[in-house]
Design a binder for this molecule. Structure first.
Ligand SMILES: Nc1ncnc2c1ncn2[C@@H]1O[C@H](COP(=O)(O)OP(=O)(O)OP(=O)(O)O)[C@@H](O)[C@H]1O
Ligand SMILES: [Mg+2]
Length: 240
């Protein structure tokens, strides 16, 4: 489980996360919504230990991410991240792109790495693209390759940061369907998204961020149909 306790994060004098606390339980899907600059991406970076924090703490399965002596590489192996765009290696095939970290980081043999990569590429519907080069994939296929690459490392958690926002509208659905499948399989996920329908249908809970604060968190029906906070209401009125 992921426990975020009273986290404060600033970039210089700019306060980006202001006393944020929330817990994501094993098997849970949490969607994070909120306006641009509200701190959503920064929170994911802090969870993964890619950004330091100035107060509070973040625990992954009881291990404090920012404590001295924490093995961040070991911790990160349990956390897959998929961003808006992932720059795959253009000179490597889809299969080679997905096996790379398995071989270099997890030191798997070629055949073992390929077995895992093929399995995950089939999982995301790219079983017929193994020998294709990334430049020949559609945006939706590239994002599914990025998901397969993360899944190949057998993470316990998956973090998604607006993975569909750079896609043409007709390609969004296939990527959301892949994420929906992972959710149904019980993957623990934090999904930063602008796709409100997806957040409503797939999440166990939705958190609304506003100016670095977690303004409101609750089941999707509550957040979308009966938000408590005026800022949540205002935000939702503008995105609908
Ligand atoms: N490396 C950085 N250095 C300085 N300021 C940063 C850095 N990264 C983010 N910020 C600032 O922190 C604030 C929060 O940024 P963040 O990227 O977390 O927002 P976000 O909620 O993900 O927004 P968006 O919806 O646009 O992706 C913004 O004001 C941003 O300009
Ligand atoms: Mg962001």
């Amino acid at each position: 489980m992921i426990e975020i306790e009273h986290v404060h994060k600033s970039f210089g004098s700019l306060k980006v996360l202001d006393d944020v606390s929330l817990t994501v339980n094993t098997g849970e899907v949490l969607s994070i919504i909120g306006g641009s600059g509200s701190g959503k991406s920064t929170l994911l970076m802090c969870i993964n230990g890619l950004e330091p924090i100035q107060g509070g703490r973040i625990l992954i399965d009881g291990t404090e991410v920012h404590a001295k002596g924490t093995d961040l590489n070991a911790l990160r192996r349990n956390i897959g991240i998929v961003f808006q765009q992932w720059n795959a290696f253009p000179h490597l095939t889809v299969l080679e792109n997905v096996t790379l970290a398995l071989r270099k980081v997890l030191k798997k043999s070629r055949s073992e790495a390929e077995d895992i990569a093929v399995k995950q590429l089939k999982h995301v519907g790219l079983g017929d693209k193994l020998t294709t080069y990334p430049g020949k994939l559609s945006g939706g296929q590239q994002q599914r390759m990025a998901i397969a690459r993360a899944l190949a490392m057998s993470p316990r958690y998956m973090l998604f940061d607006e993975v569909t926002s750079a896609l043409d509208p007709q390609l969004v659905g296939e990527v959301l369907d892949t994420m929906r499948l992972l959710a149904e399989e019980g993957m623990t996920m934090i999904v930063v998204t602008h796709e409100m329908q997806f957040a409503r249908e797939v999440s166990d809970r939705v958190a609304f961020f506003n100016q670095g604060k977690m303004e409101e968190i609750g089941p999707p029906e509550q957040i979308f149909d009966a938000p408590h906070s005026d800022n949540t209401k205002k935000f939702l009125a503008n995105v609908r």
